[in-house]
Design a protein around this ligand. Structure first.
Ligand SMILES: *Cc1c(COP(=O)(O)O)cnc(C)c1O
Length: 397
């Protein structure tokens, strides 16, 4: 049963999240079906030949496309306002596919310094092994972007807000500079979610997500996505994907489709809870630095307000007592769990210096503000009063 997908681009995001790209089988099921099938059968040998020649649009093999995965891809593309989307097995598969499908030996990548630990590995260690040169800049400093993009570059990779320092990057200004230098701009939009920030509006060429975070948001499965123009997806990403195999499983795609249905509601609640907690922590003794984009005390609050519609789910703060104080706080919490995931229904806290960012040298950590007393709190969907009480008792005892 065919659907008029293009007309769904006029729907409001809340409708797109619940109904976008739903395609029903001959059984007219209400809920999207899970097509757990690795392959597909052909009516004739001729049909198989035509399918492999690309003369026929149909499912061929689930490493390439799958009906449940396609529904997820098309729904996310509607929400993001992208021409095309390809789902990946994880956020890291999405980041790597976006960069590796575009860059070749001898080309240059400019990246912001404050990025997720594994993204840092790809930019600083993996891509250079294949002859790609990476230059890092302090993302909040436009002068450094200007200097780095004064010479030609092929790609820019950045994260805003950054993990875990919640540093904001001026997307419009950096996209303009990057395009003058001939670079494709890839934005890791995980912290902002598809709800709070639209990088394409500011000139981004590719948006990547770890769907593991808010899109699932309930701790169930890994997933990722790359969104871009039809040209980038068809010419660059699709051949890379088809032949290297970072494909998302149909089961996980189905879980993520269900996640999209409630994404708007959950992200609004994450943001409300996080803002309330951030305001309370501003008055907490023993905290030397508190970062939340929606607090006027955030060094880039105005930029956050210009680019995002709310502050997000993550609060980062530094304790005066260093690692010892940070560990003490984590160990005393009774509701908030110690975990390195984020954007989850459950509130989670972690100590980046010894977990997500332990691979960095102490100098690199210091450069992006990850000190020994630095903790990252991902605020969940529990009652904000219970979360405040939990933090209170942990700080007090
Ligand atoms: C978690 C995360 C990733 C990686 O996603 P996975 O799904 O864990 O592979 C990439 N970028 C950012 C900003 C993240 O928070």
């Amino acid at each position: 049963m065919s659907i008029d997908y293009e007309s769904q681009r006029d729907w409001d995001p809340q409708t797109q999240m619940v109904r976008g790209a739903t395609e029903r089988s001959q059984f007219s099921e209400t809920n999207e079906a899970i097509f757990l099938s690795s392959g597909y059968v052909y009516e004739s040998a001729e049909e198989a030949e035509k399918s492999f020649k690309g003369e026929l649009e149909r499912y061929v093999y689930s490493r390439f496309r799958n009906p449940t995965v396609s529904m997820f891809e098309k729904r996310l593309a509607l929400i993001e306002g992208a021409e095309e989307c390809r789902a990946m097995a994880s956020g890291m598969a999405a980041v790597f596919a976006a960069l590796a499908s575009h860059l070749s030996a001898g080309q240059r990548l400019v990246a912001s310094r404050a990025i997720f630990g594994s993204c840092q590995y790809i930019c600083a260690e993996l891509l250079p092994r294949f002859g790609i040169k990476t230059d890092f800049v302090d993302g909040a400093d436009l002068a450094q972007w200007k200097a780095a993009l004064a010479t030609p570059a092929h790609a820019v990779f950045l994260e805003s807000p950054s993990n875990p320092g919640l540093e904001m990057i001026d997307l419009k200004a950096v996209c303009d500079l990057a395009h003058q230098a001939g670079a494709l701009v890839v934005v890791d939009n995980v912290f902002a979610t598809p709800i709070l920030q639209k990088p394409f509006k500011f000139g981004a060429d590719v948006v990547v997500y770890s769907a593991t975070k808010h899109i699932d948001g309930q701790g169930r499965c890994l997933g990722g996505a790359v969104l871009s123009s039809k040209q980038f997806i068809v010419d660059k990403l699709t051949p890379f994907m088809r032949h290297t195999g970072p494909s998302l499983s149909p089961f996980n795609a189905w879980v993520l489709l269900k996640g999209l249905e409630t994404l708007d509601l959950r992200v609004q609640r994450h943001c409300e809870n996080a803002l309330t907690i951030a305001k309370a922590l501003e008055k907490q003794k023993g905290i030397t630095r508190l970062l939340y984009p929606w607090l006027p005390s955030h060094p880039q609050h105005n930029l956050a307000k210009a680019q995002m519609t709310a502050g997000g789910s993550v609060i980062s703060f530094e304790l005066a007592g260093g690692k010892e104080a940070a560990f003490r706080l984590l160990n005393r919490l009774r509701i908030i769990d110690i975990s390195n995931n984020l954007g989850d229904a459950k509130s989670l806290i972690c100590h980046p210096a010894t977990t997500t960012h332990q691979r960095l040298t102490p100098e690199d950590r210091a450069h992006v503000g990850i000190t020994d007393g630095f903790v990252r709190l991902s605020v969940g969907l529990e009652s904000v009063d219970d979360l405040l009480a939990d933090l209170n008792q942990a700080f007090q005892s």
